[in-house]
Design a protein around this ligand. Structure first.
Ligand code: SF4
Length: 205
């Protein structure tokens, strides 16, 4: 399974864990085949679940701004998630106006079930650099004992590829108001580190 289009088609019918049952659709990765950098997030959110594309909601807009500030074109990177279906719980809206879907962090069992899709994507894209966004993606690739707070600003390694672990863009949105600008700057600094690392390998973009 080396072709991305074929992988996407097969993942659309995945039932390897229960998350497919309540979500709208599989949200597979997106970006140019052969991209030098793969960004790996946690799972699709509410908007992504409906659109069928990763990072197109509010967190995606934060990511777009951060990539732009870091001088990295979104169209030059492949973006995906460790878990390909949206995990959520329903919550009543005030005034009996139906329900809204609230994000739930995927469990270890969902990550484990879904990892083969990420491994197949990485094999198909063949990047030179990985960037994990948030703790779930970092732990999926670097082990459950990995602590993002201890390894920000470092160039790590996964399967002989350099890896930069940073926060998830949604953390900027959820952060305390007086910390959001600082958190955004930290995200940009990590993406700049990723860009410098890629340049050091002699392959930009
Ligand atoms: S979350 Fe991943 S493993 Fe679970 S059903 Fe969806 S694609 Fe398959």
């Amino acid at each position: 399974m080396s072709d991305l289009a074929e992988l996407r088609r097969k993942a659309a019918g995945c039932t390897a864990c229960e998350l497919y049952a309540d979500a709208t659709q599989t949200v597979f990765g997106a970006g140019p085949p052969g991209a030098s950098t793969v960004l790996v997030g946690e799972q699709p959110g509410d908007r992504e679940d409906i659109a069928g594309e990763p990072f197109v909601g509010p967190a995606g807009r934060v990511l777009d701004r951060a990539l732009e500030r870091a001088g990295v074109a979104r169209t030059d990177v492949y973006v995906t998630n460790v878990v390909k279906h949206f995990r959520f719980r329903r919550e009543d809206r005030h005034g009996g106006k139906g329900t809204i879907r609230i994000h739930r962090t995927p469990g270890v069992e969902h990550v484990r079930a879904c990892l083969p899709w990420l491994h197949a994507e990485l094999a198909a894209v063949g990047p030179q650099l990985l960037v994990t966004l948030g703790a779930t993606a970092a732990k999926a690739l670097l082990g459950m004992s990995f602590r993002l707070t201890q390894h920000r600003g470092e160039v790590l390694a996964y399967a002989e590829l350099p890896l930069v672990a940073t926060i998830h863009p949604s953390a900027v949105l959820r952060g305390p108001k007086d910390r959001q600008a600082e958190m955004f700057d930290e995200l940009v600094a990590d993406l700049e580190l990723a860009g410098r690392t890629l340049s050091g390998l002699g392959r930009g973009g």
